[in-house]
Design a protein around this ligand. Structure first.
Ligand code: B16
Ligand code: MG
Length: 219
């Protein structure tokens, strides 16, 4: 029986990819590294430092900076990103998410957050949904990012549930791999191509219906 849902944040509950892009773009411009929206797609679900490393690789700059300098660059991007997310409001919840969270609450299904973002709690506050989440996995405590299963395994543990009692929802390929490797039923939002490995996939968040997901997960 499904007793818990573990959500990714960016791309599932809200879409902050554009803000990440604007903040990374500002830094990339300064470093004279070409970055476009298509490349930004590769950064979805990837941690801040891994994202920086990928951007530096685009500019063949992997070996140029010390760890301290890279931390400074990542901090600089994050300061810009934090300013941009101050504009987030409950109206930025993706379509269907408010209803899904309401249905989960009514069904007594417990909810956790498994986001790679260290800004997750701030964004959830801005979206007005913090009270609906029982627990948040702290990405700072993880040894490995997605696609490693660690974050979703922790999410289930923090809910005191087994992986088989949970559903995980993701929009990134690395995220679906993480959920699958955790032994959790995976629900993907996105194209068939990107969500090929999901146990159940929909194209848009508006199609995430609790009854449909539970039917698929308990089949
Ligand atoms: P921060 P998710 C991820 O969130 C984003 O998709 C990814 O683009 C970002 O680099 C990562 O969080 C880290 O975010 O810099 O705020 O700690 O999709 O796992 O909810
Ligand atoms: Mg995501």
């Amino acid at each position: 029986m499904i007793k818990g849902f573990i959500f990714d944040l960016d791309g599932v509950l809200t879409d902050t990819a554009e803000y990440h892009y604007q903040a990374w773009k500002k830094l990339a411009d300064k470093l004279m590294i070409p970055l476009d929206r298509e490349m930004n797609e590769q950064l979805k679900g990837i941690s801040r430092m891994d994202s920086l490393n990928r951007i530096l690789a685009i500019g063949n700059r992997t070996e140029v900076y010390s760890i301290e300098e890279k931390e400074q660059l990542a901090d600089e991007k994050n300061e810009d990103y934090k300013k941009l997310i101050l504009t987030v409001t409950p109206a930025d919840l993706l379509p269907g998410i408010a209803d899904l969270l309401t249905d989960l609450k009514a069904a007594g299904i417990r909810v956790a957050l498994a986001s790679a973002s260290k800004n997750g709690p701030v964004i959830m506050d801005r979206l007005g949904i913090s009270d609906l989440f029982e627990t948040v996995v702290d990405p700072a405590e993880l040894k490995n990012g997605k696609p490693d299963p660690e974050i979703f395994i922790k999410g289930a543990k923090q809910l005191n549930l087994t992986p088989k009692e949970c559903v995980g929802v993701e929009d990134a390929k690395a995220g679906i791999e993480s959920i699958n490797a955790a032994g959790i039923f995976s629900v993907g939002v996105g194209t068939k191509e990107m969500m090929g490995k999901a146990d159940y996939a929909v194209a848009e968040t508006s199609e995430l219906k609790l009854a449909d997901i539970l039917k698929k997960a308990t089949n």
